[in-house]
Design a protein around this ligand. Sequence first.
Ligand SMILES: Cc1ncc(COP(=O)(O)OP(=O)(O)O)c(N)n1
Ligand code: TZP
Ligand code: MG
Length: 209
Amino acid sequence: MKADCRLYLVTPPALEPAAFAVDLAAALDAGDVACVQLRLKDVDDDTVRRAIDVLRPIAQSREVAFILNDHPRLARETGCDGVHVGQADTPYREARKIMGAEAIVGVTCHDSRHLAMVAGEDGADYVAFGAFFPTGTKETEHRATPDLLTWWQEMMEIPCVAIGGITPENCGDLVRAGADFLAVVSSIWHHPEGPGAAVRAFNKAIAEA
Ligand SMILES: Cc1ncc(COP(=O)(O)OP(=O)(O)O)c(N)n1
Ligand SMILES: Cc1ncsc1CCOP(=O)(O)O
Ligand SMILES: [Mg+2]
């Protein structure tokens, strides 16, 4: 068992804030969740701001970190706890300057040991590897394997996040390999019994891994 692996919820790429707020609260009230990433795609800044205004307090009032995808300036302006940047986004160092030393800044590293070491040495708070499994949420070019997580754990103190097609049924190998966080979209928000049931299923699978 690796009890210190935790859930990292990532929102659907499009959502209506008031309706999604109900799902988010249900997910966070169902069990252990470390953080929530607001990941909206193909929307303008005001739409992101409106979603932050509604969703950030739901996470932060429960002591769950609220991280914004892609937009360090907006994250800083709106009181998010951190930002996640990919290799085609604002570079890590610039994101860190915008966010300040105390904020969480995470970096996508795909399946690359090199990218992860660079991000780690630059001061990233976590590195994210993926996609581990096929996913319909994002077109992915890279496929990571669990040995990458084990290698990282043996080398570095900085936490690693696993992402891509993760379900309660397939997450055991990632937990045992050393993932500190499992980042999940569809298995949470599309769970047939709702997001609360999904969080409970993940918490159980992690505890039993
Ligand atoms: C935790 C986590 N890991 C990876 C990603 C992917 O980021 P990126 O490569 O920038 O792709 P987009 O999510 O921006 O489409 C992520 N968002 N979160
Ligand atoms: C944002 C992202 N980056 C790599 S895979 C992915 C999508 C993960 O979504 P899901 O958990 O639905 O596969
Ligand atoms: Mg990005």
